[in-house]
Design a protein around this ligand. Sequence first.
Ligand code: SF4
Length: 353
Amino acid sequence: MHLYIHVPFCQRRCSYCDFSIAVRKQIPAREFVDVILKEAGGHELNDLETIYFGGGTPSLLPPEGIAALLHELTPEAAAEVTLEANPEDVTAEHAKAWRETGINRVSLGAQSFDDNVLKWMHRSHDAAQTHRAVQALRDAGIENISLDLIFGLPEELNRDWDQDLEIALALRTTHLSLYGLTVEPRTPLDRWISRGATHAPDEDRYAEEYLAAHKRLSVVGYQFYEVSNASLPGYRSRHNSAYWAGRPYVGLGPAAHSFDGRTRRWNLRAWEAYRRAVAEGRSAVESEETLTEEQRELEAVYLGLRSSDGIAVGTGSIRAVPGWLEVRDGRLKCTPEGWLRLDSLVTHDSSTH
Ligand code: SF4
């Protein structure tokens, strides 16, 4: 069993972000813990293999809140307990307290090491804080650290992607997640583009930077094991790998999704609506969908091709496409170029079923 807990609070909204968040200067920590525990009471949570605190900004939750949740939800330590953290929240005291509560993996929202770029993104940290955060985590005994980086930024920012990669690689964290910038409706970025204040990300630049990262990372021992994720050997994210393998999971908190192998349910998105529903003893579920056999097969193909394990040769009508989809070790796997075009590959092939 895998558990996701969505901590929706952020101190401000980043320019590109459309996640389900609640902007708060002071976060209602006690109330959040109580409401999560109440929602958890409606689920069977046995033998948790992984727990993932995502957000939002889970590192805004005081360590006592994290400790209370872990203590109540799991009698035995899960094998992998991840906390997403913003670099500015990682102090020596927090890192030590997180380690003591059972956090053994931290995913840091570094995004870039260029302070001008970080300002443009509305991030609250600078590059020096990311360096200090990595050190503080290591000093506290948390060695399994992931860095999030965003590529494909608008040209006028003059972001030096190669340099950012070099700095990230010099930190030698166990894991890297690389996300291309996308423009989501109603975000500050969307508004800047509409009024001509910035350019939309360029597709060629996106592809170039993505492929450059594949080349650079593989030279220094990282393995891309999923479209956006690379790790040193032995450090794949067990939690996210469970999603990609189609395993069941429970999600608690606003906007969190749960999946039992057939039916996917998702909670009310807004913190207030979610909080009220749970406090009043109503279901927090906003909606659900039960996958048909065909949908499950298509999803298994899509998820399989996202991972470096690929899919069995002969699955559905999916065939090799030179340069994009190749047979390696007896399985059909995407090349980096194929991963760039994964959506069109799956849509195209599924339409020939
Ligand atoms: S910290 Fe993360 S969740 Fe919060 S606004 Fe920024 S990108 Fe969104």
